[in-house]
Design a protein around this ligand. Structure first.
Ligand code: NIG
Ligand code: FE
Length: 411
């Protein structure tokens, strides 16, 4: 089945051959074609170009995109979408003055979500999570990474990962799974962190690998959670099973997480609200993508990742939501792109690059996602009638999406 999208006001993020990522000054450039066409065959982009160069071939479908912009769907490289219930009460507690750290210390936070997840049935967990997947597809996300880490027991971690796999099988959105067994220390191991790490490494990890339930491994490398040494142990163990690191670092404190990520060739280091000069420096000689999560900063009222410093140092940057019940109960990439412009001073071009091609790289999907390129997945957003692509971040708190196509399917 061949579909022609014709008379596109502006076709955004076009490329003739897939690039890996965009870095530094390059991020200010967003290649576009005005008055364009886009031709898709089944789930793949077949061709694109200027309307005047379109050779009249017979097609099954024509969508007239007059006045509309077309851009690749968002690539959300960091989420915790599979979770049970919510943490509304903690939201109220924070409004009333408790800090995120105080709530976690009193048994709330990640352990609160783990308690809920351990008792929920796999079916119910699937249903709750599927709703969120449907919601983010409507909001223009075409590829997403999802982490485990709210299970913290063998059964519950595997339950989460099986739900992630089932979601990937049942929806057109591409889903990448990450094993985050070391997200928090379960109550039973309160005084025995190394015992918990042994358990994760010897009991859960081999099953995750054997059943092919995750491609990536994550650790919450943070003061009060897992140290740099703990992180190194886990990444080493993951490496033996071929799991690639994508880790939580520098959210509240700088303890050397970026360095350990780079040492183990992490695909990405995520959060980075706190950055020292040496953290930026070490990324320069790596293939590791720095990932900022501005909705998390917004919701928790913590500093924003110093994105300007990162990009101005010549580095790439990706943007993701961090969708989770505690620090970011939102999977809206449109809001992330706006917030990156408003609070982190990215230009619209930089923010769109960060949320498309660089997000794809941060999931190992840059060959198939993240741009309008012949042979890549037919994943794109058709906007409402807007004056220019800059209107997408400008109209914050809203979205400009008219239709979303994922793998050639209208959502
Ligand atoms: O990325 N920081 C660690 N993990 C999640 C939040 C966990 C939670 O509060 O449930 C994050 O922000
Ligand atoms: Fe996270």
């Amino acid at each position: 089945m061949i579909t022609l999208i014709s008379n596109i006001k502006e076709l955004i993020q076009v490329e003739d051959s897939p690039k890996k990522m965009v870095s530094g000054k390059e991020m200010k450039t967003l290649p576009t074609i005005k008055n364009a066409f886009l031709l898709i065959e089944n789930d793949i982009i077949k061709d694109f170009g200027n309307m005047k160069d379109f050779n009249n071939i017979s097609v099954d479908n024509v969508v007239d995109a007059s006045g509309r912009t077309v851009l690749p769907t968002w690539c959300d490289s960091h989420t915790h979408i599979v979770y049970a219930g919510n943490r509304e009460q903690e939201f109220i507690d924070r409004i009333n003055g408790l800090s995120y750290a105080e709530i976690a210390y009193n048994g709330g936070g990640i352990l609160n979500s783990a308690k809920k997840l351990q008792t929920i049935s796999e079916d119910n967990l699937y249903k709750q999570s599927a709703k969120r997947i449907e919601e983010i597809m409507q909001l223009g996300t075409g590829a997403v990474e999802i982490k485990s880490g709210y299970g913290l027991t063998k059964d519950a971690e595997l339950k989460m990962l099986r739900v992630i796999k089932k979601l990937n099988n049942n929806y057109p959105i591409t889903i990448k799974a990450t094993f985050l067994g070391a997200h928090a220390l379960p109550f039973e191991f309160k005084n025995n962190k190394s015992g918990y790490l042994d358990f994760v490494i010897n009991e859960i990890l081999p099953v995750v690998a054997k059943e092919n339930l995750a491609e990536f491994i994550d650790v919450f490398c943070e003061t009060g959670y897992f140290s740099v040494e703990d992180t190194e142990r886990l990444l080493k163990a993951g490496e033996k099973f071929g799991l690639i690191p994508k880790i939580h670092v520098n959210q509240f404190t700088t303890i050397g997480g970026v360095q350990i990520g780079v040492k183990y060739n992490a695909l990405s280091v995520d959060h980075l609200e706190e950055m020292r000069a040496e953290d930026i420096e070490v990324l320069k000689s790596s293939n590791t993508m720095p990932v900022a999560l501005p909705s998390c900063s917004y919701f928790l009222g913590i500093p924003y990742t110093p994105a300007r410093k990162i990009i101005d140092a010549g580095l790439p940057l990706a943007l993701a939501t961090d969708y989770n019940p505690g620090s970011t109960p939102s999977g809206n990439m449109n809001f992330v792109v706006s917030t990156a412009c408003i609070k982190m001073k990215l230009t619209p071009e930089e923010a769109i690059n960060a949320a498309t091609i660089n997000g794809a790289y941060a999931m190992g999907l840059e060959k198939t996602h993240g741009s309008i390129c012949r042979g890549k997945k037919a994943n794109f957003i058709l906007t409402k009638k807007i004056p220019s692509y800059g209107f997408i971040p400008y109209s914050f708190g809203n979205h400009q999406i008219n239709q979303v196509y994922i793998e050639g399917v209208k959502i």
